[in-house]
Design a protein around this ligand. Sequence first.
Ligand code: ADP
Length: 683
Amino acid sequence: MVQKGNIGVTTENIFPVIKKFLYSDHEIFLRELVSNAVDATQKLKTLASMGEFKSELGDLTIHISVNKDTITVSDRGIGLTDEEINKYINQIAFSGANDFLEKYKNDANAIIGHFGLGFYSAFMVAKKVEIVTKSYKEGAQAVKWTCDGNPEFTIENAEKEDRGTDIILYIDDDCKEFLEESRISSLLKKYCSFLPIPVAFGKKKEWKDGKQVETTEDNVINTTTPIWTRKPSELKDEDYKNFYRELYPMSDEPLFWIHLNVDYPFHLTGVLYFPKVKSNIELNKNKIQLYCNQVYVTDSVEGIVPDFLTLLHGVLDSPDIPLNVSRSYLQSDSNVKKISTYITKKVSDRLQSIFKNDRKQFEEKWNDLKIFINYGMLTQEDFYDRAKDFALFIDTDKKYYTFEEYKTLIKGEQTDKDGNLIYLYANNKDEQYSYIEAAKNKGYNVLLMDGQLDVAVVGMLEQKFDKVRFTRVDSDVVDNLIVKDNKSANTLQAEQQEVLAVMFKSQLPNIEKAEFHVTTQALGTTAFPVMITQSEYMRRMKEMANIQAGMGFYGEMPDMFNLVLNSDHKLIKEVLDVEEKACGESIATIRKEMEGINMQRDSLKKVQEGKKPEDISATEKEQLHELDGKLDDLKKQKDSLLVEQASQNKTVHQLIDLALLQNGMLKGESLNNFIKRSIDLIG
Ligand code: ADP
């Protein structure tokens, strides 16, 4: 018997279409053919279990073999009769094909899924395909279907002893790469590692006399019952760890894992791992793998799991995720939404339970965990609502607190006069050491916020918490960090403050992109003589500018620092004394002169008061101008005396440099000068 016919497609020829449009994803032909073989085998097992197939099942291993020009996929499943070939292979439902192909031309999965074209994907790599098959049905006649890449096919009777199907692909000249053993091997690893029926690729090899030789044992490439298909109660920690190693051989041991298992209202199984990540690069390299009934589909799960969980590792398996559709469709699919909510809940439940049952372990791993939890809280409202109970703060003494615990801890000492709770934090324990110490001595607690996402977390928590402000320990002198009353302590007169400001400002080295404002405050005799602080507001604007687009303006601004002089400190007093002795008199004279001019100026102004500009005579204007000029000159004279004074005063230089040094801002020539001067001072 020989039949001839045309494959039932409404477009003229499906094959060029398959080749052309599915170009980039050629390799999935193997997944499709092996999955078909698995399906056929499972169908037979089902029939056997229902008593409809009564013979021996025997060895059900699926075999893949590569020869010179061909790849063969053989199974011992249900096989096909010629009628079934006609029905399932020859008739391809193909309506609106052109439109659809055009729309999804870059998405082979979508096309294959839409048309049930799994088998036809063989033509992506083959110029001719043969199906040699024999149905499991009693007395079935084996048949051979042949098609050489145009809509014509032939079916003829064939000789085949065993039930099941051989799919033989005659590989196209431009696809010869698929005839390489290593290529097939890696494709099988990628797509078929966890299929539920054993898949063998050739024979196992062993080393003999310095050579690799084939053994008689099948080289089975898959694990048929991967851990996500098993009951959590049967599994030990070691099993989870081994599986993780199998998926990501180069990675450190995971922190925690979550075994997912849902039957209703959708099917989902899987194991998700919290990885221990050393770098961002690693974070993106290993990905969650998505399976559909143990067939690997993809490792781009964006849209299926919430954004922050794409940072996790592991496996998800669901027949209910519509895999063969576009990404945008996925995001609006209601099953996908449910799955995403479910996973978020599962992940937070698991974290919550570890936190509750083994807080010590949770704290130990917090450092690695916090990137996930923080990212989750920042991007997903419902996750924040759950995570706020187990997310942790760590302070500069390495103690951990929940949000609630911390609030209770600092309420007494760190509430300001307006009832705001002030959270003090440092982002670098070493650089901000003296500020941290000062705050601690005052009875405050200082948090350590040195994570990648902490700038954003601080902003978020200020929004979430009521009447709470975060202030970095170095944003002001310790007395001003938490303002408890309105009194401002300053023991110096305005004139002395001015003298100090001019002297110190003039001696500050030029630091690129940094500007200083000099102020004096009475900080007590034990505090440092000079401190550098940076306003919380400006610093944060700049930090946000670095992580957010559209705030470039702030990023361009110089850093604004305050150089705070402690008027209680004896070295500052000494600077004033020395200045007073050296040029006090001259300064006083200049001041007097300035005062006189100011008085003249005032009276002149008084006369002009109420007059329209055009009524003021030219002489009057001239007089005023002259006085302003004189004042300017005197101020310059005064300042230059002070600058001269300051430039000779080693204490001023030393104090400035020490303050810069304390903030890691003393570099290059200035640092060198400082060292030389320090040595001189010792000598
Ligand atoms: P799908 O698997 O999505 O239905 P395919 O084009 O992959 O689409 O296969 C079409 C049909 O051909 C299958 O539904 C099955 O009935 C039959 N078939 C394919 N491969 C085999 C096989 N190895 N053994 C038995 N039947 C098969």
